[in-house]
Design a protein around this ligand. Structure first.
Ligand code: DC
Length: 234
């Protein structure tokens, strides 16, 4: 079905909007590489926590920047689940980067210019040959401004809280809906007001509001957008 050159698909949006699920399923459907760029910011945050660069709610930005070259991130496909998992210095950290402790600091770590420069460089390398679906906050605006297809995913906050809460519960993480909502709203605020590549909806992005869509309806909608785009490139 997809014989044309492999394109770059950029998916941006707020936290817990279902971006990564859409990006992963779309990549699977197209036989493209899927990269969850948020996992990379979470990986650096974990690195900062493990190296005591975060104490008492305070980030030691200088230490994080100085040690950045010691944090090596990579992705490997889990042969059972067929999902890519992230490794920090050779250790699989896919689960631990999803814990509330990492979530509490990641938006602040993501405001550090040097962190963004390192990760954007690595992300661009992964997209050199096309055939990639990457999700995040600055993919269509900064990482791949020339991406052939840009999607901006949104959903109502109440729906996002519900989804995030059940995801955490499934992973055995104890929390409550108020805490989840506060964390999501705080991350939205930091992500969209930071100086370094804030989350924005670029003019050439197609908006998908998935509040009332099932995962499959959302996927089918995205596939139709890809097909339309490939048709215009053929
Ligand atoms: O998508 P996520 O919730 O896993 O992302 C975690 C944090 O990383 C989020 O608060 C903002 C930041 N992030 C970013 O600044 N730029 C990206 N491309 C991806 C994530």
């Amino acid at each position: 079905m997809y014989n044309q050159d492999k394109i770059v698909i950029a998916i941006d949006g707020y936290s817990s909007c279902g971006k990564s699920t859409l990006a992963r399923e779309l990549a699977k459907e197209l036989h493209y590489v899927f990269i969850d760029s948020g996992a990379m910011y979470r990986g650096i945050t974990l690195f900062a926590i493990q190296n005591n660069h975060i104490h008492n709610n305070d980030l030691d930005r200088g230490a994080i920047i100085r040690n950045l070259n010691k944090a090596e991130l990579s992705f490997k496909l889990n042969s059972e689940s067929k999902k890519p998992e992230i490794f920090l210095n050779g250790v699989n950290v896919e689960s631990i980067i999803r814990t509330p402790k990492v979530a509490a600091y990641v938006s602040r770590v993501a405001t550090i210019k040097e962190v963004r420069e390192k990760l954007v460089r690595e992300q661009r390398k992964m997209g050199t040959n096309g055939g990639i679906v990457m999700d995040g906050r600055d993919i269509g605006s900064v990482v791949f401004p020339k991406a052939e297809l840009k999607l901006f995913v949104t959903a109502d906050i109440s729906e996002r809280v519900k989804r995030r809460f059940s995801e955490l519960k499934e992973n055995g993480i104890e929390t409550n809906e108020e805490e989840v909502k506060a964390n999501l709203l705080e991350r939205d605020r930091i992500d969209s007001t930071r100086i370094e590549s804030p989350l924005i909806q670029v003019d050439d992005a197609v908006v998908i509001d998935n509040t009332k869509l099932t995962k499959n309806e959302q996927l089918q909608l995205a596939i139709s957008l890809v097909e339309r785009k490939l048709g215009t490139l053929a």
